[in-house]
Every structure is written in C-alpha cells, then in structure tokens.
Design a protein. Structure first.
Length: 498
C-alpha cells in the first residue's frame, strides 16, 4: 500500500506542468548525456557531481536515448524503494510499524512534493537510508557491516555531504556494537567504504576520469560557499524571509499548502534539535549512552552539513529522512512519552497536509504516466532553447550559444559543440572561480556568436572584474532583452536589429 501510494504521488509530482522546470534537473542530465556520447567527466568538462549518478544515468541514455522523461522515470523507481526503506528504517529504529509507514510517506508526500525535481540528492538519500537499514541490527550478522559501508560509500559517490552523514551515523552504530564484535564491525564498515572509493581512485590514476580530486573535493571545499556567493545564505534571515513571503494572501489552496510545507520542514528540523538537546541531557546524566550519543552526533553532523551548504529550504527537504531516522533511533519508544507524541503529531500533520493537497489535485487531474513523458516537449517549447527563434542563423549555422550562469537547460537541447561545463558560479566579491578563464577561452576559440545571460545576472557578470567581464566588454555587445535573459552578440558576428 505504501509503495502504491508513493508511486501515484511521484507520477503526479514528476508530470509535465506540475511544477516549474528547475536548473537542478540538468545537474545530472547534461553531464550524463555527454558521458553517453563518449566524453569523460572531470577531464573533458567541469563537473562537481560524483560519478555514480552520472554514469548510471549515462547507461540509461545509452540504452534508451537522452531525455528528461527517461531521467524522471528512472528517478521514480528508486524513490518508491527509498520510501519503503525509510519506513523499514524507522521501524527498526523502534517506531511502531503503522506509524513508521505513515512517517515513511513523508518522502514522496512532503519532501519530493516540495522539491519535485529529479536530483542526485534523491539517489544519495535512498542509498543512505539503505545503509542505515542494513546497519541496524548488524551485530547479529557481521557481513552487514561491510554491506552498510559499501552502501555508505556509494552514497558519498552520489553526493559528498550525504556520504559524510552516513559515514558518521554508521560509524556511531559500529562503535556502539557489543565489545565482542566491535572491532569486526568497524573493520567491515571501513572495508565497505574503501572498496568503491578505491575503484574511483584507480580509474583516476589510469587517466580515465580526469581529475576527480579537484572537481569533487578541492573545488567544493574552496568555492562552493564563498563570501557573498550564490550559496552564501544566512539561514535565519532566509527562513524568516521565506516564511514572510509565503504567508497566504487569500484562502487559495496552493498558497496555504506552500506555507504549510515550509512550516512542516522547519518544524521537523526544530524537532531534531530539541531531541538532540534531550539526548545531551541524558548523556550528562549517563543515561542510555548509546542511543543518546547517536541522537547528539546525528543531529550535530546534520546541522553542520546544513550550515556549511546552501542554507535554504531545499537542504531541509533532502536531510529530512535522516532527521526522522536520527530522532526515531534516539527515542526509547517504550518508556518515553513527550518525544513520541511530538513525532506522531508531526507525522499526523504531514499526512493531513498530504491529503489536503493530493485529493483536490487528483480530482482535477489523475496521475498519468503520459504527462511524465511529456516533459521534454514542454522544456524545449518553453525553456531557453526557444531563444534560437530570436537569433536567425544560429540554428542553421550550428552555432553554440553560451548561457550564464546555468547553461544546462539550453545545452541539453542545443549544444553543437558542447561547452566544458553546464554552469558556472555567479561572480561574487569573494574572488574568481577557475572556470571563468575556461569559459572565456572556449568562447574565443569556438567564436561563439551569442552569449545569453539570465535575468538579474547581467550586472555582476559584466561589472565584476573577471575573464568573463573582459570577454563581454572586448568581444561582445549587448544586443537585446528576451524573457530568458539578455543576449550579447559577438561584434564581428551577425548583428541583429534590437
């Protein structure tokens, strides 16, 4: 029943027109399309996504052709499995199975509905939950520690931050194993983590993966959250600002649901923080050391990941399943009263919201797989690829058009000569990114006739000193505004009347 309900919700959420098409959908789609065509990530093009989702999706594209529909279909299956695994993980953590099934429905019913976009985050989350499910009770079967480590490593090879989360949580479980099996547990877990990473290291040493160290470790550590950058978000100001902007202005269902989703996401993380505070008190009183240490360490690493990434609403969704498992595992469901009541109250509210949103939505339009398959047509008709209609000669001349800063939605449909990146970080006061010079070099070498800059990004790209700003000032002129952004034309190329 849980799997069927999840499938229906996911088909509805991933249908064309159900939500705006986001750039994040192309974070895996565009590199995977390049890999399927024979290019190598971290060598032929800059990419900061780990290899597992890229090569997995590339295999699908190689077999069935590159399309957003294929990516969405492939995403739905693992999400259904992840939902069932989340419910199983909560049950193994001590929650009654009925409540665990309802809480597991938060993955499709709340988190995905809030962020209905295919993403490597969802793949990483599913593998991470699987690692925890395997690790729970692994003291009875030593091989399960190796399996948990293997799944945890694959989690990190889908998304670095989630790999760190699972590494800490599974290590906490292994260290908390009985003294007679603790060393075997830690060793099995470590071997499981090392095997996939060693495979990537060997491929890199052989030259078949370019420089994954720079792309997957050095670049994110140095550039992901620079001062004043795109990902430098004050979490308190952002949360309060978003809550204020999403207060319903009228009794419109969509506005009420959106506001309630924000409140539910925030309240779950708050519940996790309160639960960790309770566990900290228990540790000081030397009560239930293993479960209390799990609760404190689990929420500490989740909070650290949140505060060191882009601290907006989206990570609250991606981290939500882990928060649920950490809280459920820390609770003594037989003797405690307050925390179980809070968790059950949150789950009941989530289910009520899911019904309030889902029933009217399905009354208007039942879930239809054909609408999932229609996403490519919608994206090509309404996305930035339509800018070709405004640039006569570009399509016939097979001219590559560069799109700043998030090029994936254009390149996936139109890139005769694929650029060495799908996006570049918007310019900030925090220094220059290395991809700017590579962008300018590509534009000059390929004599790119047009550069499209998304709305609100024109001023920083043109005015902040960088190789991109030099390129635009010396070789391009502002041509015209479009609904996709501002078009700059190469001065010696075809000039259009504004």
């Amino acid at each position: 029943m849980l799997a069927l309900a999840s499938l229906l919700v996911l088909v509805s959420a991933f249908s064309a027109g159900a939500a705006p098409l986001l750039f994040d959908e192309f974070v895996v789609a565009w590199p995977a399309k390049q890999i399927a065509a024979g290019r190598v990530p971290y060598r032929d093009f800059l990419c900061f996504t780990p290899p597992v989702p890229l090569y997995g999706m590339a295999a699908i594209y190689w077999l069935f052709g590159a399309s957003l529909a294929a990516q969405r279909v492939v995403q739905i299956g693992p999400l259904v499995v992840s939902t069932v695994l989340l419910a199983e993980g909560l049950a193994r953590a001590g929650m009654a199975r009925g409540w665990a099934a309802l809480a597991g429905f938060a993955l499709p019913g709340l988190f995905v509905v809030f962020w209905p976009s295919p993403s490597h985050h969802w793949f990483a989350g599913g593998l991470g939950v699987a690692a925890l499910v395997v690790a729970f009770g692994a003291e009875q079967r030593s091989w399960r520690w190796f399996a948990a480590g293997l799944l945890g490593s694959l989690t990190g090879l889908c998304l670095q931050s989630e790999g760190l989360i699972i590494g800490v949580l599974t290590l906490t479980l292994a260290v908390g194993a009985p003294a007679t099996t603790r060393s075997r547990a830690v060793l099995g877990l470590a071997i499981g983590f090392v095997v996939p990473v060693a495979g990537v290291a060997i491929a890199a040493a052989a030259g078949t993966l370019g420089d994954p160290w720079f792309s997957l470790v050095a670049w994110p550590a140095r550039y992901y959250r620079r001062e004043g950058g795109f990902n430098d978000v004050d979490p308190v100001a952002f949360v309060l600002g978003q809550l204020g902007r999403n207060v319903p202005t009228a009794a419109r269902r969509n506005e009420v649901v959106q506001f309630a989703l924000h409140i539910l996401a925030l309240s779950l993380f708050a519940l996790g923080v309160v639960s960790a505070a309770v566990d900290l008190v228990r540790l000081r009183r030397r009560e239930a050391r293993a479960s209390a240490a799990w609760g404190v360490l689990g929420m500490a690493v989740l909070a650290w990941i949140y505060l060191h990434g882009r601290s907006d609403w989206t990570p609250l969704m991606f981290l939500g399943p882990f928060v649920l498992i950490v809280v459920a595992r820390a609770i003594d469901w037989r003797t405690e009263r307050a925390r179980p009541a809070l968790v059950k109250g949150w789950v009941a509210t989530m289910i009520a919201l899911a019904l309030a949103h889902g029933v009217p939505t399905w009354a208007e339009s039942l879930p239809d797989p054909a609408r999932v398959a229609a996403i490519d047509d919608e994206a090509s008709r309404n996305g930035p690829a339509r800018v070709l209609d405004l640039l006569p000669g570009a399509e016939a001349g097979r001219a590559t058009i560069l799109y700043l800063p998030f090029g994936g939605p254009l390149y996936f449909f139109w890139a005769p000569t694929p650029p060495p990146f799908s996006w570049i970080d918007p310019p900030t006061s925090g220094g220059e990114n290395p991809e700017y010079a590579r962008f300018a070099e590509f534009a000059l070498r390929e004599r790119v006739p047009f550069i499209l800059i998304a709305p609100s990004f024109e001023q920083p790209f043109v005015e902040r000193p960088s190789p991109v700003a030099d390129l635009l000032r010396q070789h391009y002129r502002r041509l015209r505004d479009t609904r996709f952004g501002v078009v700059f034309a190469r001065v010696e190329g075809q000039i259009l009347n504004p």
